[in-house]
Design a protein around this ligand. Structure first.
Ligand code: ZN
Length: 288
C-alpha cells in the first residue's frame, strides 16, 4: 500500500512538472518558417512543419491527420498570399478558436508575376518573400510579436530574436559581397521563387522554366526560354529538389547549358543562414 501511494504521488508530481513546463505548440507551413521560428524560440516550444522535406508547397496536399496538429496548436505561422492554398479548409476543419494565426505576407508589398497562370491556385502576388533576408527580419518580428506573450514574467525570446535580426544583416552583407563578384547577373530559375532575392541583390530573371510550379512548359514556352538563354549568354539554369527536373534537363540539352540546384525550402536540420548560404554557393558556381 505504501509503495502504491509512493508511485501515485510520484506520478502526480511528474504530471505537475509536465503541466508547469507545458510547451507552446507552434505549427508552421514550410521549413524556412521552422528555421526562423526555431532561432527565436529554441527548445522552449514544439514546432511542427506541415509541408515535409522533399515536397513542394505548391503541389502539397495536407493529410487529414494534420488537422489535429492545427486543432492542438497555440500558434499557426504561414506565408499567406495564397501560398498555402489549403489553409482555409484545414483551419475550418481544425475548429481551433484559440489559435493565433500569423500571416507573414501581411503588410508586405508583394511583387506581381507576369504571365503566370492563376486558375489553379490564385495568389495575391508572388508569395516567396522568405528568400529575402531583409524581409525575413520583418517575418521574425511578426513571429517574435506573436510569442512574446504577457504570461511570461521574463521574456525568454528577446535575446534570441535580436541575435537572429543581426544575423540577417550580416547575411545581407555577405550576399551583397558575393553577388558583386558574379560575372553573369541574369537568371533562369525553375519557378518564380527567387523574385524578391533577385530584386534585392540586383539580379535579373530572364526566364522561368515553370511559371506554374509542377506544370511543364509548353513547346512555345520551351522555345522562348531557350532563345532567352542564348540571348543572355546563360551558362547554367536551375532545377529544384521539390519538383521534377525533367523540363530543366530538356532545356539544358537543347541549349547546351548545365543544370544546378537551387533549394527554396531547405531542411529542418539547418539554420536559415546555412540554408541561404547553400543557395548562394550554387549561384556563385552558376554565375561566375
Ligand atoms: Zn514556390
Amino acid at each position: 500500500m505504501k509503495k502504491l501511494v509512493l508511485i501515485l504521488s510520484a506520478m502526480y508530481l511528474a504530471a505537475n512538472i509536465f503541466a508547469a513546463e507545458k510547451k507552446l505548440k507552434i505549427v508552421v507551413s514550410i521549413m524556412p518558417l521552422y528555421n526562423i521560428t526555431k532561432a527565436i524560440v529554441g527548445d522552449t516550444a514544439d514546432i511542427t512543419v506541415m509541408v515535409p522535406p522533399g515536397a513542394s508547397v505548391h503541389t502539397f496536399e495536407p493529410k487529414p491527420s494534420q488537422v489535429k496538429d492545427l486543432a492542438n496548436a497555440d500558434i499557426f505561422i504561414e506565408i499567406g498570399a495564397g501560398l498555402e492554398f489549403w489553409d482555409e479548409k484545414m483551419l475550418k476543419a481544425a475548429g481551433n478558436k484559440k489559435l493565433k494565426i500569423i500571416r507573414c505576407t501581411d503588410g508586405v508589398k508583394l511583387m506581381q508575376e507576369q504571365g503566370a497562370e492563376k486558375e489553379e491556385h490564385p495568389e495575391a502576388g508572388n508569395p516567396h518573400i522568405w528568400l529575402d533576408p531583409i524581409i525575413v527580419k520583418d517575418i521574425a518580428t511578426k513571429i517574435y510579436g506573436a510569442i512574446a506573450v504577457p504570461e511570461y514574467k521574463e521574456d525568454p525570446f528577446y535575446t534570441k530574436y535580436a541575435v537572429f535580426d543581426m544575423q540577417m544583416d550580416s547575411l545581407d552583407k555577405y550576399i551583397r559581397a558575393e553577388v558583386s563578384k558574379f560575372r553573369i547577373k541574369n537568371v533562369v530559375s525553375f519557378h518564380p521563387a527567387w523574385a524578391y532575392f533577385e530584386k534585392r541583390y540586383g539580379l535579373k530573371e530572364v526566364g522561368v522554366i515553370e511559371a506554374t510550379p509542377g506544370k511543364e512548359p509548353t513547346p512555345k514556352e520551351l522555345e522562348n526560354i531557350i532563345s532567352q538563354i542564348k540571348k543572355y549568354n546563360i551558362k547554367t539554369i536551375f532545377a529544384e529538389p521539390q519538383l521534377p527536373r525533367k523540363a530543366a534537363d530538356i532545356i539544358a540539352k537543347e541549349a547546351g547549358v548545365s543544370v544546378l540546384i537551387l533549394d527554396p525550402l531547405g531542411n529542418t536540420g539547418e539554420t536559415y543562414v546555412d540554408f541561404m548560404k547553400k543557395n548562394v554557393d550554387a549561384m556563385k558556381e552558376a554565375m561566375k
